[in-house]
Write a protein of this length. Structure first.
Length: 442
């Protein structure tokens, strides 16, 4: 019996030594064994990344990831994080390996990613002052500048005739910092108040257009200046005005009408502005961003206006300038690559309330604005007591044209042929009276 016991003890010892001799890091493969990792998020629709790879999206704010325990320890998941558009990424967390049948829970918090920049809104009195933010020009007041990084920024405002104004604006992400500047006129400047009778005259100071009367021209350097006023149907007025420091000089001339004016005024605008203006092929200037470019003393009759602007199709239209009157051309520029087939025709008459016929089709009563296909049209004006007036209008695609009809009172009908019965009767009566008188003398 002792030999058998020793034999069994030896076999047991060999088995124990065999187990002990297996290295501690050796892999032991056990088939079809899994565990789970549940990722919880504070918002839904979050993408979960495990070891840098997207593995799924949370539903009802949870995503469960299956971990196969059949692999080696080096293949087990190590880190995870969560992402979602409009939110900042979560922190990266280190992962533990679950046991067979075990579920480990991890929680991720994602915060909304708000705006990263703010805005600065600058106004001034007077307006149209130049605005600089951190030394860079951004536009004229009133000016809203967006995309400004959070923090303090230097704001400077300059305007001719006024002292420079400066301040600091603090910008926070998603908010607008507002500044209002009250500009102080510098000592070497004054102003000119210009009125006229009648009003609506174009004002030129030292040859530069300043608007229409009544107007106040500020920031004028002290000294003597040339002032000119033009209005269709009136003689040009010009004179000198002296500007004193810090004072407002007033000018109020009366314009003399031209008995039979042969020229008018043309107002030209475009959308967008900054288009080059050609009148009958001659360059005139550039359309302003707002308002109209004014051309005075344009001979009455038909003229061609052409506007050109980089990135837009050239636009050409015809306009009729009435003697002593005004005509307006307003052209919406068409971007290259787009197609426009209609234009606008603005119709007026002197006197007003005349019936308008386009190609013999009644369209309405003046003043009247029509949208028409591009082309030429016969326009007839009719008004009781006046002679019909017919002219030709050209409508250009994407442009606005004006036309004015001048109606002449119909002349009184002249009498011709046999004398009216009243006249004949009067002659016969006179002859009869003469005959009776002669008989009495006899």
């Amino acid at each position: 019996m002792s030999h058998k016991i020793l034999f069994r003890f030896g076999l047991l010892l060999v088995a124990v030594l065999a187990v002990i001799s297996i290295p501690a890091g050796a892999e032991q493969i056990v088939g079809n064994q899994v565990g789970w990792i549940a990722f919880h998020t504070n918002v839904d629709g979050v993408t979960i990344y495990v070891d840098g790879n997207a593995v799924g999206t949370t539903t009802d704010q949870v995503y469960t990831y299956t971990v196969s325990l059949d692999g080696s320890p080096s293949s087990m998941p190590k880190t995870a994080y969560a992402t979602k558009s409009g939110y900042s990424n979560s922190n990266t967390q280190s992962l533990a390996v679950p046991d067979v049948g075990e579920t480990l829970n991890y929680y991720f918090t994602l915060n909304p990613s708000g705006p990263k920049t703010g805005s600065i809104y600058v106004t001034s009195v007077p307006n149209n002052a130049m605005v600089y933010i951190d030394g860079s020009y951004v536009g004229n007041t009133p000016q809203l500048s967006s995309g400004i990084s959070p923090g303090n920024h230097n704001v400077q405002i300059t305007k001719t005739g006024y002292q420079e104004w400066g301040s600091t604006a603090y910008v926070s992400a998603g908010n607008t910092a507002s500044l209002q500047a009250s500009l102080t006129a510098v000592s070497q400047y004054g102003s000119i108040s210009v009125k006229s009778s009648p009003s609506g005259a174009s004002v030129y100071l030292d040859g530069n257009y300043q608007g229409q009367t009544p107007t106040v021209i500020s920031g004028v350097i002290k000294g003597s200046h040339t002032l000119e006023l033009n209005k269709a149907g009136y003689y040009e007025w010009s004179g000198y005005v002296t500007v004193s420091v810090g004072q407002t000089s007033s000018v109020y001339p009366t314009l003399d009408p031209i008995p039979s004016p042969q020229a008018g005024t043309l107002y030209i605008s475009s959308t967008p502005g900054n288009a080059y203006i050609y009148l009958d092929g001659s360059y005139q200037g550039v359309t302003p961003s707002s308002g109209s470019y004014v051309i005075d003393n344009v001979n009455s009759g038909s003229h061609t206006v052409k506007l050109t602007l980089s990135g837009y199709q050239d636009s050409t239209t015809s306009v009729s300038v009435p003697p002593g009157g005004t005509a307006t051309v307003s052209i919406p520029m068409t971007a290259k690559g787009s197609s426009v087939t209609t234009g606008t025709l603005e119709i007026s008459s002197s006197p007003t309330k005349a019936n308008v016929y386009i190609d013999n089709q009644y369209k309405g009563i003046t003043p009247l604005t029509l949208s028409l296909d591009a082309g030429q049209y016969s326009v007839t004006f009719r008004l009781t007591g006046y002679t019909d007036s017919t002219t030709t209008a050209t409508v250009n695609a994407g442009a606005s044209s004006t036309i004015q009809g001048s109606l002449v009172p119909a002349s009184e009908p002249t009498q011709s042929g046999t004398l009216p019965f009243a006249v004949i009767g009067g002659i016969l009566a006179a002859a009869l009276i003469l005959a009776v008188g002669m008989k009495k003398k006899d």
